[in-house]
Design a binder for this molecule. Structure first.
Ligand SMILES: *Cc1c(COP(=O)(O)O)cnc(C)c1O
Length: 391
């Protein structure tokens, strides 16, 4: 197994965002620039705003910010909070920490609810808290906490928050929207954010946000400072078919193409292709003797716990250098202990097979006792059969 063979493979970015771009996206990004105040762009802009509503599964407007996902998280906060508001922040990893921090900077009174890394929040804990603090303005949570690979029970949290008229459920769906079902209206989500470089198969640079009717009452009166992310201004501009500021034309043109691809295939079928990648990965890493880090694993990525004698940082660098494929490692308390394989973006079956092969081969290189080469070949053949028989 010489590394030069593997380097002949095209580069594969299997991070949980950014992800491999769709070939159609790469073509569009190479086109000449057009102005954002043109009839040509107006049509595209109107269409993507309609199509985004189908992905968010909402009747409400979806707004496009030129920002990374974090900007969209800030937008949800500054558009709903006022200084002194009480916020219940579910913190189960790096992104939860970031959002709680941001809410503090918005001068909210933040009650941090810590959940051990790798676990999902218990909805009963949230219900109990809200019963004794019914004036809580917002519950903040990730749908998928990308640093641990956990999917939180958003449907249950939506049911709970909907019983409290003063409380909004704000959801960071950056690795969930477009990756697995998260119907905003049906699940009573009050604020939802998504990001372009995750399930949307685009480069980094756009975030998408939407607010429920319940949330709009607070959007109108929120006192947190906002200008760039003021969705009232964006809404007004959108009503005239325009964006508040210069639109990120190439990204939005590429988005138009991605939305067309997803919606032509059908949202359920699209979710199924991502779930299948996640299932294949979960089954075969466990067959190899590894375990999953997340107790409630998300379909958008798989976080894999490594044998204790394996340095995860070295492992992922070795895979990148020798096999031309990128996984992510762990952060903070999970640093060196896990690798994370993303299932979003443009991924061929051949890459799913290679991802498992490369992972276990690289561990074998560090500890030849851990698995035999015959078992590696056996698993790889079995995975190919699994993929063929689970289209
Ligand atoms: C990627 C990610 C973000 C942050 O996105 P940026 O685009 O890097 O700002 C936030 N939340 C979650 C859950 C993510 O996966």
């Amino acid at each position: 197994m010489s590394s030069s063979i593997h380097l002949n493979h095209p580069y594969s970015l299997l991070a949980p965002g950014p992800v491999n771009l769709h070939p159609e996206v790469r073509k569009i990004l190479a086109e000449p620039m057009i102005h954002h105040r043109t009839p040509e762009f107006d049509q595209i802009f109107a269409r993507v705003r309609q199509d985004l509503k189908k992905i968010f599964q909402t009747e409400e407007d979806v707004f496009i910010h030129t920002s990374t996902g974090t900007g969209g998280m800030e937008s949800l906060l500054v558009n709903t909070l006022s200084p002194g508001d009480h916020v219940f922040a579910i913190v189960s990893g790096k992104f939860g920490e970031r959002w709680a921090e941001m809410a503090k900077i918005c001068s909210a009174n933040v009650h941090v609810h810590s959940v051990p890394w790798g676990e999902a929040v218990n909805p009963q804990d949230v219900q109990k808290y809200l019963q004794s603090h019914p004036r809580t303005r917002a519950v903040l949570t990730q749908a998928c906490e990308t640093s641990t690979g956990v999917a939180h029970p958003i449907q249950e949290l939506g049911k709970i928050c909907s019983q409290f008229p003063e409380t909004l459920l704000l959801v960071d769906g950056i690795t969930a929207v477009g990756a697995y079902p998260l119907p905003m209206d049906q699940w009573h989500i009050d604020g939802l954010v998504a990001g372009s470089q995750k399930a949307f198969m685009l480069p980094t640079g756009l975030s998408f946000v939407s607010f429920s009717k319940k949330a709009w009452a607070f959007v109108e009166k929120a006192k947190a400072p906002r200008f760039y992310f003021d969705v009232r201004a964006e809404k007004k501009a959108n009503r005239n078919g325009e964006s508040f500021f210069s639109a990120a034309v190439p990204l939005i043109k590429a988005l138009d193409q991605v939305l067309k691809l997803i919606l032509n295939q059908g949202l359920d079928k699209h979710f199924q292709t991502i779930r299948r990648r996640a299932e294949a990965t979960r089954i075969f890493v466990q067959k190899a003797g590894l375990s999953l880090y997340a107790k409630e694993p998300s379909d958008s990525l798989t976080a894999i716990l490594l044998p204790p004698n394996i340095d995860g940082q070295k492992l992922r660098l070795d895979i990148e250098k020798n096999f031309n494929m990128t996984f992510m490692g762990g952060q903070d308390q999970a640093k060196g202990k896990i690798v994370r394989i993303g299932h979003m973006g443009y991924i061929q079956d051949e890459e799913i097979v290679r991802s498992i092969e490369h992972l276990i081969t690289a561990i074998h290189k560090m500890d030849s006792q851990w698995i035999s080469t015959t078992k590696i070949t056996g698993l790889s053949d079995e995975l190919k059969t699994w993929l063929r028989t689970h289209p």
